[in-house]
Design a protein around this ligand. Structure first.
Ligand code: MTE
Length: 299
């Protein structure tokens, strides 16, 4: 069995030196995140995870602004407890479920995944979560369901970025049902052995490691089983640039930049780029779902 990153690395080493120096005071001042116990997973990559600082200070979370540092600066005021998730549409047991109920009985695992943003940077994150399939099975997916739609919290009082008229809030995402049921697809409630930092999508977010990062919707309040391809935020904004599928694909470029390579975060200014892998390196696990599809058309 592979060891979890948190088993082999004492916490001070997760934090980089800058955090250790600047952090002594802030660590005392900010409320400690609760630890979460999770089992190691055969789905983890053995690539070395990025530092907690990289993962929690360079973020995309437009509800808190468009700058990479905005989520870390402004997400602190988000109320994540109490939290409930509506599960509705074509399910046997629709309802509004308290977060504790959503997580109940789902085996938590540490999943160390590669994460590739459509903007061509990447990192490796030790998520903690459980398979979305487990929750959907509990809710009882009805035969007519073919897609799953997700929505983020709509709360402009606590999410200053929601004042921006450019996005039709709430942030929305979607998966085809087979993608949603795939064992790599998780709902994450933490990372690095602790509950999810707010800037990373507390208290519960999606992680789909073979797709561009924007599919991995944060701070989820609604999961709907539907029979049509749902509307998704980036596709609504720029349909020629961001497709519904958005599988990581080095052979299909973004109209404004190449997707053949990526910049791994944390390597420093002069670190080289690395080749982007088909399906972000998860080809063996997921390619069969797209047999017969032209991925240049279904981008
Ligand atoms: N979810 C919501 N609700 N709002 C967002 O702006 N940004 C997406 C995705 N999920 C986003 C979101 C994008 S573009 C990326 S790359 C990832 O979150 C970033 O996740 P991270 O900040 O945890 O690295």
């Amino acid at each position: 069995m592979p060891l979890k990153w948190s088993d082999v690395t004492p916490k001070p080493l997760w934090l980089n030196r800058r955090q250790l120096i600047a952090g002594a005071a802030t660590l005392l001042a900010s409320p400690a995140l609760a630890r979460i116990e999770a089992a190691p997973s055969k789905y983890s990559t053995d690539a070395e995870p990025n530092s907690l600082e990289d993962i929690s200070t360079y973020n995309n979370f437009y509800e808190f602004g468009t700058g990479k540092g905005d989520p870390a600066s402004y997400a602190g005021g988000l109320t994540v407890d109490p939290w409930s998730v509506v599960i509705d549409g074509l399910v046997d047991k629709p309802g509004t479920y308290d977060l504790a109920d959503v997580v109940k009985g789902q085996p938590l695992e540490e999943r160390i995944y590669r994460f590739r943003c459509v903007e061509a940077w990447s990192m490796v994150v030790p998520w903690i979560g459980f398979q979305l399939s487990g929750l959907l099975e509990r809710a009882g997916v009805q035969p007519g369901a073919t897609f799953v739609a997700f929505e983020t919290l709509l709360r402009p009082e606590e999410m200053p970025g929601q004042a921006s008229p450019f996005i039709d809030w709430p942030y929305r995402e979607g998966l085809r049902l087979d993608e949603a049921m795939h064992p790599l697809t998780i709902l994450a409630t933490g990372l690095y052995g602790e509950e999810m930092p707010k800037q990373n999508g507390a208290p519960i977010r999606l992680v789909v490691p073979w797709k561009y990062g924007f599919k991995s919707i944060k701070s989820i309040v609604r999961i709907s089983l539907v029979d049509k391809m749902p509307l998704t935020t980036w596709n609504m904004l720029q349909p020629q640039e961001y497709g519904f599928y958005s599988n990581v694909n080095p052979k299909v470029d973004h109209p404004r930049w190449s997707q053949a390579s990526e910049r791994p975060l944390g390597g420093g200014l002069f670190a080289g780029r690395q080749d982007t892998l088909m399906f972000n390196g998860y080809e063996a696990e997921v390619a069969s779902m797209y047999a017969g599809q032209d991925l240049a058309v279904d981008y």
